[in-house]
Design a binder for this molecule. Structure first.
Ligand code: C2O
Ligand code: CU
Ligand code: CU
Length: 490
């Protein structure tokens, strides 16, 4: 095999590792104290339910009709904690929003109606979308209006997601519920024999906290929204103490003793998870941007904000009556629990399989790289931001500083990403070619998790459309507090 070339694609690279540790001093914006995440815990003000009591909700599916899907963003009152009402902002009034299922390669039009009292922007995360439809943060859809977003979807089948992307307020808006999955299917994937239908289930994992009256608690610095950002303590990120899966607290899913496919998404603002099942491995078949080349068995799967893992779990040898718990090994107590699977019956039939070869990923040739870019994610100069403290930045720049770089369509770039604290880095439009989890083969991702003081190198083909896009940290508090920059494709 070609170890040397593949080696540099690894995410565990130590690019500039020593140089960037300097930013990790003491104080509120660093640690996350034993949560495995950057940020501060916001304790709920109501008692939280016992885990594994509430059934896992399956969001309704929306499929295009004549290539069109209509979605309204609106406020609604839902029951999340048993016996209490929580107001959410949700697509079609639910959290998560409906699961969009569409065909890769077929144009999709999503007509968004804004029935909220605030501006919103729709972004298809992982979509290869022309700039005018990508949900640029200042392309606001104002209250009472609607707009069509046109997605050519010239890309692989993949578990994408959609969420609000309004300038300065993506954190509170997504936290309030404006997120859902958008799964792209294609014929090649349909032919593999992976579990489908009722055994192909999205798992949208997100932490939340509740205030005294059962509402989602979010520490906006200025609730009137004349200023962006959260109160100082949460400058590093908002961590909730209640884990929701598909909008339900620590739910339980009754399953057959059969194979299931789970499209797992970490839709948290800041929390990282390392998901583990007791007694059953995950067979990972795909990442953010589609299938791996070969399946890889993993005992646990780390997921930062916005990352997806497409997995198959085989319950066929689990005795009926068993409860299989999914935990988060990065934390303990409530945030250390995720959900449970209760194996309730033998499967009448299960003719699904996980083939040895899932897809072909053509290895990019590092020698063809025309530009190598160093992108450093860190706190900017002290005092540059609101409340007199530093804002997050990329190479010391923020959204208001013009383009960080301009790339040429049709070329190949290498990005060397480095960091001070924890930052999951996401680019719009572009995909990153990286080593597959487990190191065997390649994978496509749109979000790369950078651990404190570490780095990663990724190969980035500049494909799609020319225009202006954003590159940002997907810790949404960091993003709102300026760790989002512009780049252009020429
Ligand atoms: Cu998930 Cu810029 O977004
Ligand atoms: Cu995105
Ligand atoms: Cu960040």
């Amino acid at each position: 095999m070609r170890p040397s070339r593949r080696a540099f694609l690894g995410l565990a690279g130590s690019v500039a590792a020593t140089a960037v540790l300097a930013g990790c001093g003491s104080s509120w914006f660093t640690a996350g104290g034993g949560t495995g995440s950057h940020g501060a815990l916001l304790p709920s003000q109501v008692p939280l339910p016992d885990p594994f009591q509430v059934p896992l909700p399956i969001p309704p599916t929306l499929e295009p009709r004549n290539g069109i899907i209509e979605i309204a963003a609106r406020r609604s009152a839902v029951e999340i904690l048993p016996g209490r009402t929580t107001e959410i902002l949700g697509y079609e009034g639910t959290f998560p929003g409906p699961t969009i299922r569409a065909r890769a390669g077929e144009e999709l039009q999503v007509r968004l109606r804004n029935d909220l009292e605030i501006d919103t922007v729709l972004h298809l995360h992982g979509g290869r979308t022309p700039p005018e439809h990508d949900g640029y943060p200042t392309d606001l859809v104002t209250p009472g209006t609607d707009r069509p977003y046109v997605y050519p979807l010239q890309q692989r089948a993949a578990p994408l997601w959609y969420h609000d992307h309004a300038m300065d307020f993506t954190g509170p808006n997504v936290y309030a519920g404006l997120a859902g999955m958008a799964i792209l299917h294609d014929d090649a994937e349909d032919g593999l024999g992976l579990p489908t239908g009722e055994r192909d289930i999205p798992l949208v994992v997100a932490d939340r906290s509740f205030d005294g009256d059962g509402a989602f608690a979010y520490p906006l610095a200025d609730p009137s929204r004349t200023r962006h950002g959260v109160t100082m303590r949460y400058h590093g990120g908002v961590l909730g103490d209640c884990v929701l899966v598909n909008g339900a607290p620590w739910p339980v899913l009754e399953v057959d003793a059969a194979r299931y496919r789970f499209r797992m998404l970490n839709a948290s603002n800041a929390r990282r998870f390392e998901l583990q099942l007791d007694g059953v491995p995950f067979t990972q078949v795909g990442t953010d941007l589609g299938l791996l080349e070969r399946p890889v068995e993993r005992s646990s799967i780390p997921m930062a904000s916005a990352e997806r893992a497409d997995v198959v779990v085989d319950f066929s040898s689990v005795p009926v009556g068993t409860r299989v718990t999914m935990t988060n090994t990065l934390d303990s107590g409530g945030p250390g629990q995720v959900m449970q699977f209760h194996v309730v019956r033998r499967a009448a039939s299960d003719d699904t399989r996980v083939p040895e070869v899932l897809s072909t990923i053509e290895e990019l040739d590092g020698d063809a790289v025309v530009v190598t870019r160093d992108l450093h994610f860190s706190l900017g100069p002290t005092g540059s931001g609101h409340h007199g403290m530093a804002e997050w930045s990329v190479n010391g720049m923020t959204f208001h500083d013009g383009d960080v770089f301009t790339s040429q369509l049709g070329t190949l770039e290498r990005w060397r990403l480095s960091t001070d604290v924890h930052h999951p880095v996401h680019a719009h439009l572009l995909g990153f070619q990286v080593a597959a989890p487990g190191g065997d083969g390649l994978a496509w991702k749109d979000t790369v998790d950078l651990r404190p003081g570490s780095g990663a190198e990724v190969l980035v083909p500049i494909e799609g459309y020319s225009g202006r896009y954003v590159l940002h940290c997907h810790n949404l508090e960091h993003e709102d507090m300026m760790m989002m920059v512009n780049f252009s494709v020429a």
